[in-house]
Ligand binder design. Structure first.
Ligand code: OOG
Ligand code: NI
Length: 457
């Protein structure tokens, strides 16, 4: 039972996310510069667009904007992933979605730990994209064994954080002092280590197999590799990055700019080359950590998502080698096949919406048999697009690739293995689509009930 002096998981998550951001600003100062730029662009964008301000307000997203960010880590073993799941649960973060990155030549599969309830999302939607290395995709048996042996020797958690996780599970919460300790101790898992746990030759052998394998295997912990604030205008932020001394990756990933933004658009700055001390006191370098920004739009239904995937595939055959401006022009042209208004996206069942009563709806009673379209036309209910809270594997792969150095295109055969991932995790991952569908269903059911309305078959 949760006792009154327990701190809510929402608060623990906010304290942790903010401590993580402070740590990462100290570790990667360019991330701090990027944060300032995003705050500046968001402020200007809101000043210039009262419509956007109203929309974010209605979606409960205006207040969360300043704390909103995601991060990413990569772990090496099932045990590490399972303990992380328990650590994130302390902060009200659940594994949502399964992403197979092997199809993009990256030997990992992933989930996103994030809050799932509307209220928790509107307080702080902090997400951590978490990848598990798939050693079975390494072809050389001796290298695979070597990597497994190295991973078996490390513990990425402090003894104290393990205690606090167990305490949380036993008492159903943490008090204020325990929360402070938890944040401090949990942060240790995500910290950067300059000392590798292997010698340079081992690092090199793993790197030759795939840079990402070396990144996961050769260090004491799964250092946070980027943090990503949410921008309201990614094109403008990308444009201003060079003024701040930040050099962005070549193109913005994801869909084009639209009146009715969909899913997720992302860009990043390239990973830093950092000094590493290898065993045997050899110096070297490693590139892993970068900064990223994202702009979020509406969550698509399976039908909408199929259209997106198909359009993106069409666009890709025409965008190879283009600079961002030309790339975006092609995207816009190809995506003109998708209706660009909230209303059309809703009517065609392409995106998820949250329904609520209007003022008129609030005083209406006993409406009887009707349909959604009529209720909207009568001004009794309104539909707001539900924001996409998840990730896009193709974009993720683009981000991975741009940070692995040019030319490192992996050659792993696409072979999603959700079952193996869930077994490592120790729990099923929640389907993101089911979550959106349920939020839509519940909001409509609630509105209909208040109106005393029934949908005609
Ligand atoms: C994760 C890349 C995925 C995103 O925003 O799509 C990601 C990684 O590089 O470990 O964070
Ligand atoms: Ni990211």
């Amino acid at each position: 039972m949760q006792t009154p002096n327990m701190v809510s998981s929402d608060t623990i998550r906010t304290r942790f996310s903010s401590a993580m951001s402070v740590m990462y600003q100290a570790e990667v100062p360019q991330y701090g510069t990027l944060l300032e730029l995003v705050v500046e662009v968001n402020r200007e964008t809101l000043e210039h667009s009262p419509t956007l301000r109203r929309r974010l307000q209605a979606q409960g997203e205006l207040d969360r904007l300043d704390v909103e960010r995601h991060g990413a880590i990569r772990v090496g073993t099932a045990d590490e992933l399972a303990t992380l799941a328990r650590l994130f649960a302390v902060m009200g973060m659940m594994p949502v979605g399964y992403y197979d990155l092997s199809e993009a030549g990256v030997p990992v599969h992933s989930t996103a730990f994030r809050p799932v309830e509307d209220e928790a999302l509107s307080r702080n939607p902090f997400r951590v994209f978490t990848s598990l290395l798939r050693l079975e995709l390494i072809e050389s048996e001796s290298l695979r064994q070597r990597a497994a042996d190295i991973l078996a020797k490390r513990d990425i958690f402090t003894p104290k954080v393990r205690e606090l996780i167990a305490l949380f599970e036993a008492q159903g919460g943490l008090d204020d002092a325990q929360t402070d300790q938890f944040v401090e101790q949990a942060l240790e898992t995500f910290r950067w280590h300059q000392d590798a746990t292997v010698d340079l030759a081992t690092y090199q052998a793993l790197c030759d197999e795939h840079r990402l394998i070396a990144d996961v295997v050769c260090f004491r912990g799964p250092h946070i590799n980027h943090l990503t604030p949410r921008t309201l205008d990614i094109d403008e932020t990308q444009r201003r990055m060079p003024d701040k001394g930040i050099s962005p990756k070549a193109v913005i990933e994801g869909p084009p700019r639209r009146q009715s933004p969909i899913l997720l658009r992302q860009t990043s700055f390239k990973a830093l080359e950092e000094r590493i001390r290898f065993e045997g006191d050899t110096a070297g370098t490693h590139t892993a950590r970068f900064g990223e920004i994202e702009q979020r739009g509406m969550a698509l239904t399976p039908k909408g998502r199929a259209r997106y995937d198909e359009l993106l595939r069409q666009a890709r055959s025409q965008t190879a080698g283009l600079d961002n401006e030309a790339h975006q022009r092609v995207l816009e042209e190809v995506f003109s096949a998708l209706p660009d208004s909230d209303e059309a996206m809703r009517r065609e069942g392409l995106a998820y919406f949250h329904y609520h009563l209007t003022e008129a709806g609030n005083s209406a009673r006993a409406v009887g048999k009707t349909d959604v379209q009529t209720l909207i036309a009568q001004g009794l209910i309104e539909a707001q697009p539900i924001t996409y809270e998840d990730f896009l594997p193709v974009s993720a792969a683009g981000i991975f690739q741009s940070n692995l150095g040019e030319g490192q295109q992996g050659t792993y055969r696409a072979n999603a293995n959700r079952e193996a991932f869930e077994e490592a995790l120790g729990a099923p991952v929640t389907s993101e689509l089911a979550l959106y569908a349920e939020r839509e269903r519940a909001s409509l059911a609630f509105a209909l009930e208040r109106l005393g309305a029934r949908l005609a078959e």
